[in-house]
Design a protein. Structure first.
Lengths: 197, 197
């Protein structure tokens, strides 16, 4: 369109590739860049480059990190007897926010999905077995979805022969929710896993 | 937080400054950059720089443009007898999308807002008077808000002494809407401006 300069058009296009960003939102984001000072735009461009240049994967837990091994793996205050297996780095952030967990992590980098052609070799699964020496418990914290359950099932079978306890995140009603509006599957799980008071 | 690398943290911070982007969305956007290839991140960083470096304001209509004067001002097919006054470049894009308007534009770069200290000198208002030579009609296309109406009122008074017709965008019910749910003010305007069929 004649009314949008070429370079702005390109930036809008770039933003439409972001998750959850449509044409209209992309336009608003691009105009924000345009309205900002040159210094701020420079800072944003630098941050984008830095993220790709500085961040790598920790060779032990496969979490994203600027150092290798990462800060969690090298932290002496962490409990090395517990290993929490998650899908990706965002799950690590979510669990860290609870301040409840003091063990180590193992990031799979995805979930098993045979229909999409994602088998065990595409994930960081083989690395787990080499990390079990001091581990007493493995917590499988994959999503309660079909792929998450499949992955958890596969890992449970894999770890059966090893000398570790395997646990799974509790399923039940979320805090602050309303029993009336909870779906049957979740409510059934909550009943099944009820806790004596 | 230890679980988020410093450079990723910075990028998330940058994204939270965007309009309509909260912490969670910023995190999703930053992770999208991280998951993308280095080439794509490089392309995005370049686009951001380009927008600030290449885009300037047209000295005639004050719209954003890579050339001066802009493509609309220099287009010989444009009707030079009509001038449409808008708040900013996004309004130009919106009006261009209708393919209904073939005249020129005049971008104010804001709206009068005495409470926020925005007076006529802060806007591109004085430039209008120098552009009226061939103009027969000035369309005031500012928003139907308090600031938009104030600005339109100011411009109407300013243009009164000049030999031009001044018009305002029609107010009424939006296409595809439901009379039942339209607010009173809009419905009153629609009744007032009713058209004989």
């Amino acid at each position: 369109m004649q009314s949008i300069p070429e370079s702005l058009h390109k930036l809008i296009d770039e933003f439409t590739h972001f998750p959850g960003v449509g044409r209209k939102t992309a336009q608003r984001l691009a105009f924000h860049v345009l309205k900002n000072s040159r210094e701020k735009a420079e800072l944003l461009a630098k941050s984008i480059r830095d993220v790709k240049e500085k961040i790598n994967y920790c060779s032990q837990c496969h979490n994203i990190s600027e150092e290798d091994p990462c800060g969690i793996c090298t932290d002496p205050k962490r409990d090395r007897s517990v290993l929490c297996v998650v899908e990706d780095a965002m799950d690590v952030i979510a669990i860290e926010k609870t301040s409840e967990y003091r063990g180590l992590y193992h990031v799979l980098g995805g979930l098993l999905s045979p229909l999409d052609g994602v088998g065990p070799d595409a994930l960081n699964i083989s690395g787990i077995e080499n990390r079990l020496e001091d581990v007493e418990e493995v917590i499988l914290a994959t999503n309660p979805s079909v792929e998450g359950e499949t992955t958890a099932h596969y890992l449970t079978k894999l770890l059966k022969s090893k000398d570790v306890n395997v646990s799974r995140l509790a399923r039940g009603i979320p805090v602050g929710s309303d029993v009336e509006y909870i779906d049957e599957a979740t409510l059934a799980r909550a009943l099944e896993g009820r806790v004596t008071v």
